[in-house]
Ligand binder design. Structure first.
Ligand SMILES: Cc1cc2nc3c(=O)[nH]c(=O)nc-3n(C[C@H](O)[C@H](O)[C@H](O)COP(=O)(O)O)c2cc1C
Length: 261
C-alpha cells in the first residue's frame, strides 16, 4: 500500500531518460507528476532456517515445495491409452510457458514405487492430451479422479464427467470444464530418477474451447464467472474470488538508479 503521508516521489533526470527507453517498448509514457509508488511497508527478513534438499527425504522436499509454491493452477488432463481407455487426472505442477506456439507444461511425478502414472504412459503412447481448467463446482469430482485407479479404469466414469469429442486430438474434452485446450505433446523432460522424479510434459495448445458466456469481447476469460480453484499445500485449495489490480509500470521505478551503479 502507498503511504500518502510521504512526500511525492519525482523521478530525477536520470530516471526520466530510462522512461524514454521504456516508451519504445510500451508506447508513449505520459509526462505527469504522478508519484512513483514506493512500498513503505516492505519488510525484510534477517533470520532464516535453511533446509538443504540433499539432506532431506524426497517426500519432505515435496511437502515444503507445495506449501511454498502456491497457489498453483490445476490442469485437469485427459489422455487416452493405446488400447483406447480414457484417463483423467489433475496436476498442479502446471503452467503456461509461452505463446509462440501457445504451450503449457504439467509434471506428473513418478509414483512411490518408481513407476509412471497413466497420464505419462498415455502421452508417450499417443502424444496428445486435453488440458481442462477446474472451476469450483467440479472440485470434488476432480479430486476423486486423483485416486490411483488401474489403467483400465475410465476416469470420466469415476467422476461422472461428460466426455466431448475433440477436434484435433483423440483424448476427450471434459464438458463440465468451461475452458478446454486440445494439445499435442512437444517433449517430455525427465528430471531425476526414482520416486517423485518429474516428467515435465511440454505441450502445444492446438485450440482453446471456451464455453459460451465465459469469453469476453477481447477474447480473454471472464475471471469472476469462471471461478477457478488453485491448489495450496496438503488438502488446501484456494479460489480467485478475492483479487486486486496492479497495473503495469509505465516508467522506470525509484530503485533504478541504485541498480545501475
Ligand atoms: C489438485 C491435485 C493436483 C495434483 N497435482 C499433481 C502433480 O502436479 N503431479 C503429480 O504427479 N501428481 C499430482 N496429483 C496426483 C495425481 O492426480 C494422481 O497421482 C493421479 O492418480 C494420477 O493419475 P494417472 O495415473 O491416471 O495419471 C495431484 C492431485 C490433485 C488432487
Amino acid at each position: 500500500m502507498t503511504d500518502l503521508s510521504r512526500p511525492v516521489h519525482r523521478p530525477p533526470e536520470r530516471e526520466r531518460v530510462n522512461a524514454t527507453s521504456a516508451e519504445s517498448m510500451q508506447g508513449p509514457v505520459p509526462e505527469t507528476s504522478v508519484p512513483c509508488p514506493t512500498e513503505t511497508h516492505m519488510k525484510s527478513y534477517d533470520s532464516f532456517t535453511t533446509l538443504v534438499s540433499a539432506e532431506r527425504e524426497h517426500r519432505a522436499n515435496y511437502k515444503t515445495m507445495v506449501s511454498a509454491i502456491m497457489p498453483r493452477p490445476i490442469a485437469f488432463v485427459s489422455t487416452i491409452s493405446a488400447d483406447g481407455v480414457h484417463n483423467l487426472a489433475p496436476f498442479s505442477f502446471f503452467n503456461g510457458v509461452g505463446a509462440n506456439p501457445p504451450a503449457v507444461m504439467f509434471a506428473p511425478c513418478t509414483k512411490s514405487d518408481g513407476t509412471e502414472k497413466d497420464t505419462v504412459n498415455n502421452l508417450r503412447a499417443v502424444g496428445q492430451c486435453v488440458v481442462n481448467v477446474v472451476p469450483y463446482d467440479i472440485r470434488e469430482a476432480m479430486n476423486q479422479t486423483s485416486f490411483a485407479y488401474p489403467p483400465e479404469v475410465d476416469e470420466f466414469e469415476v467422476g461422472r464427467f461428460t466426455p466431448l469429442p475433440s477436434r484435433y486430438v483423440k483424448p476427450m474434452r471434459v464438458a463440465e470444464s468451461p475452458v478446454q485446450m486440445e494439445c499435442k505433446l512437444i517433449q517430455i523432460v525427465r528430471v531425476g530418477e526414482g520416486p517423485l522424479a518429474a516428467n515435465v510434459c511440454i505441450c502445444e495448445v492446438l485450440c482453446f474451447h471456451m464455453a459460451d458466456g465465459f469469453l469476453l469481447e477481447d477474447e480473454t476469460v471472464d475471471v469472476t464467472k469462471i471461478d477457478l480453484v488453485g491448489r495450496l499445500g496438503g488438502s488446501d485449495y484456494s479460489t480467485i474470488r478475492d483479487r486486486f489490480a496492479l497495473p503495469k509500470p509505465r516508467s522506470a521505478g525509484p530503485g533504478t538508479s541504485q541498480m545501475e551503479r
